[in-house]
Design a protein around this ligand. Structure first.
Ligand SMILES: N[C@@H](CCC(=O)N[C@@H](CS)C(=O)NCC(=O)O)C(=O)O
Length: 275
């Protein structure tokens, strides 16, 4: 029988949830890993779309089935594992809600200074690297059934590049700023209110050991630290305080620090570099 395969990428936020859960749940020898390079847009190759129609990471294939979202992947891992993990609560839905989308937050800009930061940062280069690859995949004859997906991805990538390159009308730029501000405000509320209210005894949301919610929240938290300006995990809490202009609640600080010594964290964030 072939082993289940986890499709993942070391810079992908939501992949980090699955990478951490695979270690925490003792599944390293039970689930193989295959890298899908998002910089090269490999998730949009027709082969990968055929494998996992959502065309996103993480995904797991096992016993002829595909688990194509983070929630499905983690749920599958917990069912497969002999390690107990407390079941998820509405916090998992909250951290996956579009209003706090961490992938959007990475591209978001609330003003011209942030556009300049995205242009000199990794964001513009990431989009420029992906664009020709998406076009290449879109042009393959076997990609024809997925035209709508390619059109959406091309429009999204070209749209962001146009904003970064000052090629959109002023009102379109202002609209992007508003959407970006809304993401910032919702993320702030999630970090300062929603998350601490969901943590009961701590240090983890689920208590002494990570539960299902924790596997989802962890990647959002360390990615938020990156967006706030941290490179290494130990700079994250102060970066978050500065970015959001508020003290981080103690329960969140304890949760954040509880992850740092864990093997799962060290394997997913080598040298404590956040992503
Ligand atoms: N809600 C989805 C989001 C997954 C997602 O957007 N994953 C990102 C990586 S963190 C991805 O695959 N992006 C590639 C793309 O959208 O083309 C989930 O949780 O599975």
């Amino acid at each position: 029988m072939t082993k289940p395969v986890l499709y993942t990428f070391n810079l992908s936020i939501w992949s980090a949830c699955a990478d951490i859960a695979r270690v925490e749940l003792g599944l390293v020898d039970k689930i193989d890993v295959m890298t899908i390079d998002l910089v090269q847009a490999e998730n949009l190759s027709p082969e990968f779309i055929k494998t996992s129609p959502n065309a996103t990471l993480p995904a797991v294939t096992a016993d002829g089935k595909v688990y194509g979202s983070t929630v499905e992947v983690i749920e599958y891992m917990i069912k497969t594992s002999s390690v107990k993990a407390a079941p998820r609560t509405p916090l998992t839905d909250a951290v996956h809600h579009a209003s706090v989308d961490p992938n959007f937050a990475w591209f978001a800009t609330r003003n011209d200074a942030e556009i300049a930061a995205r242009v000199s940062g990794m964001q513009k280069g990431f989009l420029q690297a992906r664009l020709p690859k998406i076009k290449e995949f879109a042009d393959l004859p076997e990609s024809a059934p997925y035209k709508a997906l390619y059109d959406e991805k091309l429009a999204g990538t070209e749209g962001l590049l146009a904003i970064y390159e000052g090629k959109v009308p002023e009102d379109a730029k202002q609209k992007f700023f508003s959407t970006s501000k809304a993401n910032y405000e919702s993320s702030r509320t999630f970090l300062l209110e929603t998350l601490p209210s969901a943590i009961t005894s701590g240090p983890f949301v689920a208590g002494d050991v990570p539960g299902e919610d924790d596997f989802h929240v962890v990647a959002w938290l360390f990615h938020a630290a990156l967006i706030a300006g941290a490179t290494h995990a130990n700079e994250g809490l102060s970066a978050l305080e500065k970015h959001f202009g508020a003290s981080i609640p103690d329960k969140v600080k304890v949760l954040y620090e509880a992850w740092l010594p864990r093997e799962s964290f060290k394997a997913t964030y080598p040298n404590d570099i956040v992503h």
